[in-house]
Write a protein that binds this ligand. Structure first.
Ligand code: IVH
Length: 668
């Protein structure tokens, strides 16, 4: 079989299995088989860049390269819906429609109102060509590269179906509860700020400048509105059935009804049942089904007259505040926690809620014994939203005061300028900070020592076997076998897991060190740019700032970390146990520093490689790709049709223009 045919076959197969898994929830092959095919395709595409296709299944993994979003004007305005909050207002809508249609019969399509962010997808000849956020309704951000990583959105539609040459389909990008909770658990461990709800998480993710981050975060999308010339059906409902046949994920909760009572029933049913859905919803959307009737009803300046949203009321409960406790995290940040009388909220019993920080407590003027309102709404972490002042009966409990000393080690707390949080500065011996660092070190994305877990770590810590992550590599079998409930077999497993972690690549070791603000992605960039821990330890703040994606805060944190003699000693110990402190030969052979310290602007279209490939090449060779021309630009990598304004600016600043071939010989 020739290579092109082989590539085509793999692409078609991968698209199909992707659809079966992410849209149909009916996988036909295992993950491993899928991965093997994906790797075959990646290899073939690497060897044959001439068959590059922006819609290949391989494009779903995203890229680490930062990109700016282009603003694009919507082809058709993206209106929003007007909201109603009770059945009375729904009845008014129903009557307005009936009057507007002069008493004709009509059907209403009832749907869930998904709580994410709206997206407009454009397809041409069955291929996704552009994805745009709502923005202000007139123009939005082009987030195509990020959207391509959402597995339930088809990149290519099957051939031979009746979709028009060109159409638009709109829907909602969401983060399912499960992904949201996993993400927040990870962020909690890394002491990164938590997302308040799946909508914020989805929106923050979709607007991330790094599509590799988007690919990891497991977004999903439901589509609910088909637009364009030549769409097949005469009604909204039929069109969405068609879209489902073409491969889009359409909500199975959609229902056609004809009476007001049926609308009420739908609302009542889903107000309860939505708690069992895998994604967040905040209401119901009602749409007149017939497109002809929609046209005849028309729209107001802001929203269509043929549709309306009914919003569920956020669940809020009142309970009594009994005690405030304070938690210490891995970086020493202190979180105040409200302990309350148990109360039922959105299907779970809530006893604890976060109080954020000192200012939050002050603003509420919180006292023990207060009746407080707790809300969950879209949020997973319950929060206290208010104090019921009417319930205070003259016998006010003591005012809640923020602590001045660490509840775990007694050290006086500090509050850095401009930050809302208090910290325990005793990072060298405050127990939860020490334990937290070990937990982070063994976590999946760091050293991935999955034979150990938080309970085992707590036990080893208590018994004095480990105090810092480096101690793990000194554990002896006799210290842990025969420990409470621990069989010899599991001791072997634990020791083997620890030993195996010495082969974990440098970039993950760097992440595992737990340098403040150095997340997974930053660790990767730093590893690739500096190549070894020694080079990184020597780097100045200015050199760090040269790296793509590294800003002031991270750079300062890295410099400070390596200046601390304790941390230097920690690195030396890890090195002595054989951990990877530099990039492997294999990784090194692909990287050079031929473009080190150079800021390069890419402009125009190219013959040999795509723009993204050139970006990757620049980074591989130690350069920095920047978006706009300034005095600091080293040179411009220019293809055909470089924009006239860029050309003019380059000439004015006297910046060298380098052609494609010259560039390739520079890095050869
Ligand atoms: S239809 C002209 N259907 O709610 C009709 N919107 O304020 C346009 N939404 O911006 C929207 N679920 O982000 C529609 N089933 C659904 C929806 C839905 C969620 C969002 C969408 C829109 C906002 C309305």
């Amino acid at each position: 079989m020739d290579v092109k045919a082989q590539i085509d076959r793999l692409r078609a197969e991968l698209h199909r299995h992707n659809y079966l898994y992410y849209v149909q929830n009916q996988p036909k092959i295992g993950d491993q088989e899928f991965d093997v095919m994906m790797r075959q395709l990646q290899d073939l595409e690497r060897e044959h860049p001439e068959f590059y296709d922006p819609n290949s299944p391989t494009q779903r993994v995203g890229s680490d390269l930062n990109h700016e979003f282009q603003q694009v004007v919507h082809k058709r305005l993206m209106l929003s819906l007007s909201n109603t909050y009770n059945k009375e207002e729904v009845r008014e809508f129903y009557e307005r429609v009936s009057e507007g249609l002069s008493g004709q019969e009509f059907q209403i399509c009832c749907e869930m109102k998904f709580d994410g962010l709206s997206i407009s997808l454009h397809y041409e000849h069955g291929r996704l060509v552009r994805a745009v956020t709502r923005g202000d309704g007139v123009q939005g951000d082009d987030v195509t590269e990020n959207v391509k990583t959402i597995r339930s959105i088809p990149l290519i539609l099957p051939e031979g179906l009746d979709y028009p040459e060109e159409f638009e389909i709109r829907g909602e990008v969401l983060m399912p509860w499960e992904s949201f909770e996993a993400l927040n658990r990870e962020r909690e461990l890394a002491e990164e700020p938590l997302f308040a709800n799946p909508r914020n998480a989805a929106s923050g993710t979709l607007k991330s400048k790094n599509s590799a981050v988007v690919a990891q975060r497991k977004l999903d999308a439901y589509l609910y509105y088909l637009l364009g010339e030549g769409i097949p059906g005469e009604s909204h409902y039929d069109n969405l059935q068609k879209a489902r046949e073409w491969g889009f994920k359409i909500s199975p909760q959609m229902r056609l009804v004809s009476t007001l009572q049926e609308i009420y029933d739908y609302i009542d049913y889903w107000d309860q049942e939505r708690k069992n859905l895998p994604v967040a919803t905040d209401g119901i959307v009602l749409k007149v089904n017939s497109l002809a009737q929609q046209r005849s009803l028309g729209m107001t300046a802001k929203s269509p007259r043929w549709a309306i949203a009914y919003k569920f009321t956020a669940e809020r409960q009142s309970t009594i505040l009994r005690e405030v406790t304070f938690q210490v995290g891995r970086t020493g940040a202190i979180t105040p926690v409200a302990n309350m009388d148990p109360v039922q909220l959105s299907g779970t019993v809530v006893r604890r809620a976060t109080l954020n920080n000192e200012d939050f407590i002050r603003n509420l003027d919180l006292h023990l014994g207060d009746h407080v309102f707790v809300e969950k709404g879209g949020e997973i972490i319950p929060k206290i939203v208010d104090v019921d002042l009417d319930a205070r009966d003259g016998q006010l409990g003591p005012r809640v005061e923020f602590i001045t000393h660490c509840p775990e080690c007694g050290t006086p707390l500090v509050r850095y300028e401009g930050e809302a949080a208090h910290y325990c500065p005793n990072d060298a011996s405050c127990p939860p900070q020490l334990k937290g660092r070990i937990e982070h070190f063994i976590s999946r994305k760091a050293m991935n020592i999955d034979s150990l877990g938080p309970e085992t770590i707590a036990e080893y810590f208590r018994r004095g076997i480990v105090r810092d992550p480096a101690d793990l590599y000194e554990i002896r079998r006799d210290q842990i076998s025969g420990a409470r409930g621990q069989k010899d077999k599991s001791a072997s497993k634990i020791l083997m897991g620890i030993q195996e972690s010495t082969q974990v690549p440098f970039e993950r070791v760097l992440y595992a060190l737990g340098i403040r603000f150095v997340g997974e992605i930053a660790a990767k960039s730093l590893a690739r740019n500096f190549k070894s821990i020694d080079a990184l330890a020597q780097a100045t703040k200015e050199q760090l700032l040269q790296v793509n994606g590294i800003g002031e805060v991270i750079a300062q944190s890295v410099v400070t970390w390596f200046q601390n003699p304790q941390n230097q000693w920690f690195v030396e110990r890890l090195r002595s146990y054989g951990l990877q402190m530099e990039l492997s030969e294999e990784e090194l052979s692909e990287h050079t520093d031929r473009l080190a310290g150079q800021s390069i602007v890419i402009s125009g279209v190219f013959a040999h490689h795509s723009r993204d490939e050139y970006k990757a090449l620049i980074e591989k060779h130690g350069g920095k790709n920047v978006g706009s021309i300034s005095g600091k630009t080293s040179f411009i990598l220019a293809g055909e049709n470089m924009g006239p304004s860029k050309l003019e600016k380059a000439q004015k600043l006297g910046i060298r223009i380098v052609g494609e071939d010259e560039f390739l010989s520079m890095i050869e």
